[in-house]
Ligand binder design. Structure first.
Ligand code: UTP
Length: 231
């Protein structure tokens, strides 16, 4: 299938902010095997811990929100560079920074990598826009929770949802931040794009790299966003 995979930056750093080389290798190996199985992939990598660290320092030093977003954009691109290195020849050698280029690169038959693109959104919006552009069959979002919860997953009694419709998703995420570095599961731009193009989307836990194979094999893990009550 033709798919866009978003890898949350938080998956690539440990609690001390060190890069998880092992995790990057595991992702690269899984991606290689998916390509071998005939899948075409665009991979969007998030900013993770370094984005948060730089953004909070810049904010403290007086940077405005757009300047903070730019830092996040560039740090997400750096993370994409790391995955690019791990993928070697299989990857398109340049991290895409322009959507026109994405379409051209995708037609080269390589794995195409992106980080951030424009201020005011998160890399989830980049993943959604990329899925729209390449007409992806699926958008897979690897994050550090098991999926979408009916309320804050840290709250007692919260429940992971197997499916969620867009209205419910908007409601659940309405308390999310809208400042640089504070978007969590999905930002409003990402939700809008997924909704208008009815992009089949699954949010799943990327801490277990085996989950990547599972979602590509249509195993029912994580949370699937529904666009139609009969799905
Ligand atoms: P993300 O918040 O998307 O990183 O980008 P992430 O690591 O994937 O986040 P998790 O793991 O899903 O929580 C880092 C920051 O970069 C800026 C935003 O400030 C964002 O919070 N950014 C990213 C943009 O401004 N525009 C983009 O297109 C992408």
């Amino acid at each position: 299938m033709r798919a866009v995979l978003k890898i949350g930056g938080s998956l690539l750093y440990d609690d001390n902010g060190q890069i998880r080389i092992d995790r990057l290798r595991e992702y690269a190996d899984s991606i290689k095997s998916l390509v071998k199985d005939g899948h075409s992939l665009v991979v969007v990598v998030g900013g993770g811990k370094p984005a948060r660290v730089f953004i909070s320092a810049a904010r403290e030093l007086g940077a405005n929100e757009a300047q903070c977003d730019w830092l996040g954009i560039k740090l997400a691109r750096n993370n994409a560079e790391l995955l690019c290195a791990a993928l070697g020849n299989l990857a398109y050698p340049k991290i895409i920074d322009d959507y026109d280029e994405l379409e051209v690169a995708f037609n080269h038959g390589k794995v195409v990598l992106l980080g951030g693109m424009v201020p005011g959104q998160s890399t989830n919006a980049v993943a959604a826009a990329s899925a729209e552009l390449v007409q992806a069959d699926m958008l897979f979002n690897a994050t550090n929770v098991d999926g979408v919860y009916d309320r804050n997953p840290e709250e007692n009694g919260s429940k992971k949802l197997d499916t969620v419709d867009i209205t419910q998703l908007r409601e659940i995420l309405s308390s999310e931040g809208i400042r640089a570095g504070q978007y969590n599961l999905f930002d409003p731009v990402a939700i809008g794009i997924v909704e208008r193009s009815r992009i089949p989307t699954v949010i799943f836990n990327g801490n277990d790299p085996k989950n990547l194979k599972r979602v590509f094999s249509k195993e029912k893990i994580g949370t699937r966003i529904l666009h139609n009550k009969n799905e």
